[in-house]
Design a binder for this molecule. Structure first.
Ligand code: FES
Ligand code: FE
Length: 398
């Protein structure tokens, strides 16, 4: 069966075609990868008052994340306890209560059913509620888990918290949002993110400010990059900015790494200059670019003046939705949004074109799994090992 073909892949090569195109494998991905760990949902700053909510789709599942009256975050399946209707019609908003559009059952932000008309005098309102989903907020980023028994997130929180804290993302606003529908399997997008083999050929804006080195497992070295990294780490240490790299420890699902930018660039902009006021208490010399990766669905860069997050949402085997958000200091005045988004709009769109082109070939009769570079694609291999291990665990009874 096709799932077996995925698991019998040759290490050091891309996956068999079915892993990318077969609806059965896609269903296994949802079950064993997307519904077992933690997923990136959105940002604390979008949930800044009681009733503020956002939604997070994963194929047929939708999670509502909402700030409760008590200030705590709640997450629920977006499924009415009556006959199952969706409650939300919008990606985000602010409500006093969730009112089902079908027969108007009313739910509090805590998910409890408050009112259900025409259900008879003895209807036990307290017995019904929206099914809860695990949710965690870490330094301005919000994560949810579709697992019944979510894995411990403490290691990720401990690694991410101190490194992201200086950027104070909780005190930001989303200044720009880009949404894309990409005609490629979600793994094609993650593989693309896990190597910078393609950067020099495809990302002229990105490589202005970034070395195309520093991706986890990329064993190339360059004296100019090594010197920049050593100098930046010494500077970050002097300023009390943690700079320790934590990359997929023990095969875990996350990476946090602060990397230096090229000389003359304090942020990822076209001219090297800031495109927004500094975040938190940072200054131009401080920050480099903090890279955050969460498998299977997110990556983010936090710079001294803006942060950019990318969230993947699988739709079907050959379709992935992507949301890219740009965060700036909440009290920043009017900004040049074109300048703010220039590097990551261009880079994202270049990547989606590469991914669609890649997927078109993968889906064709001529595709065979191909060899990964031991020099620059070790992190692709790392991702594929993580993925196949997750499928394997899912097939093995606990
Ligand atoms: Fe929601 Fe009927 S399905 S009130
Ligand atoms: Fe890229």
């Amino acid at each position: 069966m096709s799932e077996t073909a995925v698991l019998t892949r040759s290490p050091g090569r891309s996956l068999p075609q079915a892993a990318y195109t077969d609806p059965d494998v896609f269903a296994a991905d949802l079950e064993h990868v997307w519904a077992t760990g933690w997923l990136f949902a959105g940002h604390t700053c979008e949930l800044d008052r009681p009733g503020a909510y956002l939604t997070r789709d994963v194929a047929r599942d939708r999670v509502i994340v909402v700030r409760g009256e008590d200030g705590a975050l709640h997450a629920h399946h977006d499924v009415c306890a009556h006959r199952g209707s969706r409650l939300t019609g919008a990606d985000r908003g602010c409500v006093r209560a969730f009112v089902c559009p079908y027969h108007q059952w009313v739910y509090g932000t805590d998910g409890r059913l408050r009112a259900a008309r025409h259900m008879g005098p003895d209807f036990p309102v307290d017995d019904y509620r929206l099914a809860p989903v695990a949710v965690r907020e870490i330094e301005g980023l919000v994560f949810v888990s579709l697992a019944q028994d979510p894995p411990d997130i403490a290691g990720f929180a401990a690694a991410l918290g101190p490194q992201l804290a200086p950027h104070r993302l909780a005190g930001t606003r989303v200044e720009a949002r880009l949404h894309y529908r990409v005609a490629a399997n979600w793994k094609t997008l993650v593989e693309n993110n896990r190597e910078c083999y393609h950067c020099r050929g495809s990302h002229p804006e990105f490589t202005l400010s970034n070395f195309d080195l520093g991706v986890h497992g990329d064993v190339r070295s360059h004296p100019r990059y090594e010197a920049a990294l050593a100098e930046a780490r010494a500077r970050w240490a002097r300023r009390g900015l943690p700079g320790e790299e934590v990359s997929f420890p023990g095969g875990a699902w996350y990476r946090i790494a602060r990397l230096p930018l090229r000389d003359g660039f304090v942020t990822e902009s076209l001219d090297g200059r800031p495109v927004a006021p500094f975040l938190g208490g940072l200054t131009a010399e401080d920050a480099g670019s903090l890279r955050i990766v969460g498998l299977p669905d997110m990556w983010a860069h936090a710079n001294c003046d803006y942060a950019v997050t990318t969230r993947l949402s699988p739709v079907d085997a050959g379709t992935t939705d992507v949301d890219v958000c740009f965060l700036v200091r909440a009290e920043a005045g009017e900004l040049d949004v074109d300048a703010l988004t220039a590097v990551w709009r261009a880079t994202s769109e270049q990547d989606w074109e590469l991914c669609e082109n890649n997927y078109a070939g993968i889906a064709s009769r001529g595709y065979r799994p191909g060899p990964l570079s031991p020099v620059v694609e070790a992190s692709v291999e790392g991702f594929l090992s993580w993925y196949t291990a997750a499928l394997e665990r899912g097939r093995t009874p606990a």
